[in-house]
Design a protein around this ligand. Structure first.
Ligand SMILES: CC(C)(COP(=O)(O)OP(=O)(O)OC[C@H]1O[C@@H](n2cnc3c(N)ncnc32)[C@H](O)[C@@H]1OP(=O)(O)O)[C@@H](O)C(=O)NCCC(=O)NCCSC(=O)Cc1ccccc1
Length: 160
């Protein structure tokens, strides 16, 4: 079945990590699997840190963008509405803490799994794991802040 990726509902998104409108970007795509948001990402040689290992900054970017999409999708879901409905929400990274547990292979699919642990006002707190071949290589805590709400913001969405 075709997956309904969160990022498909972010028109004109130019973000390096998740923007469908960024040709050179990483194109993070996230979807719900029950209470978890999942992203499976295939790397390329140019994202090596060391030989055959994923660069740590790229991994942080993947986690970051996966979690910003998750915060957005979670907010819509809590309000019982689709990602195409109004008002439009966008989230920015407040804090991201990544613990690199073991080297992340760069030649197998990387699976990210995020869970929302707290929502307070415009703040969403999440945990996220990165796994390759079922082994967790990094864990993260990520705090997203809602920076755009079309119901209170006058004018076009500046966060694209
Ligand atoms: C938006 C915000 C992160 C927060 O400011 P405000 O809206 O004034 O927040 P406010 O003071 O109303 O607090 C509400 C609640 O949130 C909490 N809290 C607040 N801050 C943090 C924190 N840092 N970390 C953790 N928590 C924080 C605070 O304690 C409170 O919680 P409480 O209710 O007490 O439990 C601002 O500092 C900022 O723009 N930073 C740069 C973000 C950036 O560049 N990210 C880079 C990647 S994104 C990108 O590339 C695109 C982009 C860039 C910029 C914008 C949009 C998209």
């Amino acid at each position: 079945m075709k997956k309904d990726y969160f990022q498909q509902h972010m028109p004109e998104n130019v973000c390096f990590g998740c923007g469908e409108s960024n040709e050179e970007g990483l194109h993070v795509q996230s979807y719900w699997e029950g209470e978890e948001a999942v992203c499976t990402w295939n790397s390329q040689e140019k994202y090596h840190g060391w030989a055959n290992l994923l660069n740590g900054g790229i991994l942080a970017t993947l986690i970051d963008c996966h979690c910003m999409g998750t915060a957005m999708a979670d907010a819509y879901r809590r309000e019982g509405r689709s990602l195409d409905s109004a008002p439009t929400y966008r989230y920015a990274t407040g804090t991201i803490t990544v613990k690199y547990i073991k080297p992340t292979p760069n030649d197998h699919p990387i699976e990210l799994r995020a869970q929302v642990t707290e929502v307070k006002g415009k703040k969403t707190v999440m945990t996220c794991t990165a796994q390759v071949n079922g082994e967790v290589t990094a864990t993260a805590e990520v705090i997203a802040i809602r920076v755009f709400d079309s119901s209170t913001h006058h004018g076009a969405n500046p966060f694209k």
